[in-house]
Design a protein around this ligand. Structure first.
Ligand code: DX5
Ligand code: ZN
Length: 215
């Protein structure tokens, strides 16, 4: 049974209050917040003022995904939101080891995210320091994209690396997750599924979360 982290990127920003209250009353485990800077990814989403409002409304742990350059500049701000998980991209951190330690020093779970083209073995020397590894199963920047099938093989490879190293890191998958790809991902070893459009475009989003959670 995977944990489900609905992505607020697919929520109706004109009715955040309504959508977050729906999620508060659903079996969602975490809330996934996607921050984009228009540099690391070709899109801009929302920043800290909006996330403070989201955090205020939310009754679930926040899973913050920073698709930005120099994410280490914002560790205090993410911590001040009360976030449970801070996810930074491997591709955005020259000194990843330091960033991971700083995130953990703030009492947050340290998550490292890999773009689709980045092999899992780049994490070999740091995997035992990580609380979570997130694999992008689409190129980051937009919701509603098609799942990259190769992510299944990559998930299996990551599961093997984690088992072999004795790491306790959770495996989270982000992008194109729905009932079909979700089931395959759970079989491949995923612990946490992010889903945006599959949840918010469903006729009954709370029911869809229940279905994904039961995969
Ligand atoms: C994409 C974001 C995802 C996105 C997922 O860059 O990181 O979290 O919201 O959306 P879906 O589930 O629609 O692919
Ligand atoms: Zn995301």
């Amino acid at each position: 049974m995977p944990l489900i982290s609905p992505s607020l990127l697919s929520a109706d920003f004109g009715h955040l209050d309504r959508d977050i209250s729906m999620l508060n009353n659903s079996p969602a485990d975490w809330f996934h917040l996607d921050v984009m800077d228009g540099v690391f990814v070709p899109n801009i989403s929302f920043g800290f003022p909006v996330m403070q409002a989201m955090a205020h409304l939310s009754q679930k742990p926040l899973d913050v995904h920073l698709m930005i350059v120099q994410p280490e500049k914002f560790i205090n701000e993410v911590s001040d939101l009360g976030a449970k998980i801070m996810n930074v991209h491997y591709e955005a951190c020259t000194h990843l080891h330091r960033v991971v330690q700083q995130i953990k020093d703030k009492g947050m779970m340290a998550g490292v995210t890999l773009n689709p083209h980045t092999p899992v073995n780049v994490l070999e020397e740091i995997i035992t320091d990580l609380d979570l590894v997130m694999l992008m199963s689409v190129n980051p920047g937009f919701g509603g994209q098609k799942f990259i099938e190769h992510s299944l093989e990559k998930t299996r490879r990551l599961r093997h690396l984690i088992t072999k190293s004795g790491s306790k890191a959770l495996i989270e998958i982000d992008g194109g997750v729905n009932r079909t790809t979700g089931r395959l991902l759970v079989e491949a070893g995923a612990d946490v599924l992010v889903a945006g459009s599959a949840i918010f475009n469903a006729p009954d989003p709370a029911e869809e979360i229940t279905i994904l959670r039961d995969l």
